[in-house]
Design a protein around this ligand. Structure first.
Ligand code: NAD
Length: 711
């Protein structure tokens, strides 16, 4: 027997089986764990002295989910189908041995981990707010293939099950209890085991509800009138969100629907077929490649200089307590860092701190934190106007107005106080870091830390390396970003850096279409169909047209000063024309849209300024333009060395501006279709719409050499 699971039988006849995969930080579902579980089940079945089984974990988590390394090796549908059927055979046997089996869950039970727990007769869970239960498979383009789509609807009802599996979000223990997913909660680990054993002793002949002769689905099966009504709406609700871009969502619904008409075993087999279908999709490969492998590599420090020792920020200075500064102060204090929050008046600095108070009050109300934790966090933020308070800071981040002179002034004042070894960072969104570092007496210690708004929600920080930024400074910036629980990407200095530069191409392409006579509704629809979180014209309104115009004017001036030619984008004229008539965006209540109390509507005047052509292009053409223009610009960033790795490009695009996740990121978009096909289509688009589609040399080269950008 493998030592993946150890088992002890107590004097009460209850066996406690502890999952603890050797050499792994977490328990994951794969051959090793399932073979060991099969042995445990056999022993429990055959040994008359054993009266029941408690399944628990020797690691921090109960079981984190499927073994992705194994999944990513699957080449043909037979492999996932067989793996799924084999897992289910063990689980089915476990729940039908005629003895009680209880899961004692003291840490996360996700994906395959929760499916193992669902095959137990009861689930006792540690009452810890941070403990996660859930079926997140959909987020990697998969469906729960270990019986999740069969057992969950039979346990909590079809509607709740669809919600859990279709969204893939975590469920906290208390909520899981209220929905019937969990049997009982336990206050601590001792109580967890005690309650699990007690449950076994109290239910010597435990059977699953679905094995009872009179079993009924809670809320009805797929035939029942109430559920039939749900089925007439659910697919269209899902399609309205996913635009058919996520096959796993459809497969989950099909599996639950068909499973709701069938007996348990037939439903299980149907699920395995849908699981195999999901595992073979390009979408799943894209998401696993980027959101699993590349993300993990980044978090492990792939883009961090390896030789520099790990560092921690204990005291942080934030200059400017506006929207961004206030957010940076909050996320840092939340990570246990002492924060000095400085602005020009104490009132402004305190207003910045009040932002944390508001977020925390809401969290207390929702039960996500306690009043004590809130007060402790707030005590770590010190509002001030005095630079002297920055003494002892390991890191200072400026988030003052986007103005070179103001930024230079605060840089000098802060550097006069902080230690020689402290790092100074700018949160500028547009000004090149190398230029800003000229105000610094120690440009080696100067770096860009580009946060996104709203800071408490957005997961990415773009680290910008200036010409003189040292490896040590970069590493310290990187460590800080991880310390506050965000994901860092590292880019070299350039106008717009990476994220703002590529994001802008999406919005500008949409505006160009409008100018060419594409109906604005078609433009907006194409953005959503492409899988972007917001359509281009609405996004431009959010950013504000006046801000974009200001950035364009500044760029023009900067290029003139460097004796470089400025090539205006075709969309620039539209932005200028709308600004001239005061339609500067959402903040003014008027831009491409009119904003009212009842929401927003496309401004009817657009039709007069940019009359729609009689013949409208197919949506597919618009979608291609919106995606190719971004992917091509991302490839140019890679070619110019603005991007240092493909992983940074992909993760930066999904986390930074919401590039359609099912494509696996802006560069994976190219690799998924193959550089050769990309080059061909990009050239067609260039001939029709302009040189911005001319494929980046780095893609042309990859196409010629028959390889991918990711190597
Ligand atoms: P904001 O106007 O909300 O806040 C700026 C704050 O800086 C104000 O409270 C102001 O009083 C303070 N300030 C100005 N001069 C100062 C000085 N000399 N000393 C101390 N404080 C001073 O602006 P914001 O949106 O928070 O942006 C701040 C920076 O972050 C800018 O560089 C901006 O480009 C960048 N940024 C903004 C966003 C965004 O979405 N808003 C995103 C990324 C980066």
């Amino acid at each position: 027997m493998s030592n993946a699971i150890t088992m002890d039988v107590g004097s009460d006849g209850i066996a406690v089986a502890t999952m603890d995969l050797p050499g792994r930080p977490m328990n994951v579902v794969g051959d090793e764990l399932m073979t060991a579980l099969a042995h445990v089940v056999e022993r429990v079945e055959s040994d008359d002295a054993i009266k029941g089984l408690v399944l628990t974990s020797g690691k921090a988590d109960f079981c984190a989910g499927g073994d992705i390394d194994r999944m990513s090796k699957w080449q043909e549908p037979r492999e996932p189908f067989e793996a799924s059927m084999a897992m289910k055979a063990v689980l089915r046997k476990m729940e039908t041995i005629g003895k009680p089996v209880v899961a004692a869950i003291g840490g996360h039970a996700l994906g395959g981990g929760l499916e193992i727990a669902l095959a137990c007769h009861a689930r006792i869970v540690l009452d810890d707010r941070k403990l996660k239960l859930g079926q997140p498979e959909v987020k990697l383009g998969l469906l729960p293939g270990g019986g999740g789509t069969v057992r969950l609807p039979r346990l909590v009802g079809i509607q709740a099950a669809l919600q859990i599996m279709g969204e893939g979000d975590d469920i906290a223990p208390a909520k899981a209890l209220s929905m019937g997913l969990v049997t009982e909660l336990a206050k601590n680990r001792d109580e967890l085991l005690a309650k699990a054993k007690a449950w076994c002793l109290a239910h010597p002949k435990a059977r699953q509800p679905w094995d009872e002769p009179k079993f009924r689905f809670p809320g009805g099966d797929s035939r029942s009138p109430a559920v039939a009504q749900l089925w007439s709406i659910a697919p269209s609700v899902a399609a309205a969100k996913s635009y058919g871009n996520y096959p796993a969502v459809t497969h989950i619904m099909s599996s639950v629907f068909e499973g709701g008409l069938l007996g348990f075993d037939a439903a299980s087999a149907v699920e395995s077929r849908y699981f195999a279908a999901c595992a073979m999709t390009q979408e799943s490969r894209n998401m696993i490649g980027t959101l699993w492998y590349q993300l993990n590599a980044i978090k492990k420090g792939a883009s961090r200089p390896a030789k520099v020792a790990k560092s921690q920020v204990r005291k942080l200075g934030v200059l400017g307590a506006g929207m961004m500064g206030a957010g940076i102060a909050y996320v840092s204090a939340k990570a246990g860092i002492d924060v000095v929050l400085l602005d020009t008046t104490l009132e402004l600095a305190e207003k910045g701190k009040a932002h944390s108070q508001q977020l925390l009050d809401k969290a207390v109300k929702k039960g996500r934190t306690t009043a004590e934790q809130r007060d402790a966090l707030l005590a770590r933020i010190r509002p001030t106007t005095s630079y002297e308070d920055l003494a002892g800071c390991d890191l200072v981040i400026e988030a003052v107005f986007e103005d070179r002179a103001v930024k230079a002034d605060v840089t000098r004042k802060a550097e006069a106080v902080i230690g020689a070894g402290a790092v100074f960072a700018s949160n500028t969104s547009t000004l090149p870091i190398t230029g800003l570092a000229k105000a610094s007496a120690r440009p080696t210690h100067f770096v860009g830390l580009h946060f996104f708004s709203p800071v408490d929600k957005m997961p990415l920080v773009e680290i910008i390396v200036g010409e003189k930024t040292s490896d040590e400074t970069l590493a310290r910036g990187f460590d800080y970003v991880l310390q506050i629980g965000k994901t860092p990407i590292v880019v070299n200095d350039s106008r717009g850096f990476y994220t703002s530069r590529v994001f802008a191409t999406y919005v500008m392409e949409g505006i160009t279409m409008l100018k060419e006579g594409v109906h604005p509704r078609h433009v907006e629809q194409a953005g959503l169909q492409a899988g972007m979180p917001m359509p281009p014209l609405a996004l431009q309104d959010e950013v504000s047209l006046s801000l974009s115009l200001h950035v364009m004017e500044q760029t023009k001036k900067d290029l003139a000063a460097e004796d470089k030619v400025y090539h205006p984008h075709p969309a620039e004229e539209v932005i200028r024309q709308l600004c001239e008539i005061g339609r500067i965006g959402k903040k003014a209540g008027r831009g491409f849209y009119d904003y009212g109390d009842d929401g927003k509507r496309l401004w009817p005047g657009l039709a007069e300024m940019y009359p729609p052509a009689d013949e409208q292009p197919p949506q597919k053409e618009l979608i291609d333009r919106l995606m190719f223009v971004q992917a091509n610009e991302a490839a140019r960033c890679l070619q110019e060395g603005v991007l240092r790795s493909v992983a940074d490009g992909n993760i930066g695009s999904i986390f930074g501006w919401g590039f359609a996740p099912f494509h696996g990121g802006a560069l994976q978009f190219i690799d998924a279709m193959g550089p050769k096909a990309f080059v061909e289509r990009a050239r067609e688009l260039a001939a029709l719409y302009g040189t911005r589609f001319e494929p980046a040399a780095i893609v042309v080269k990859a196409a010629e050499e028959g390889r991918r950008l990711a190597g």
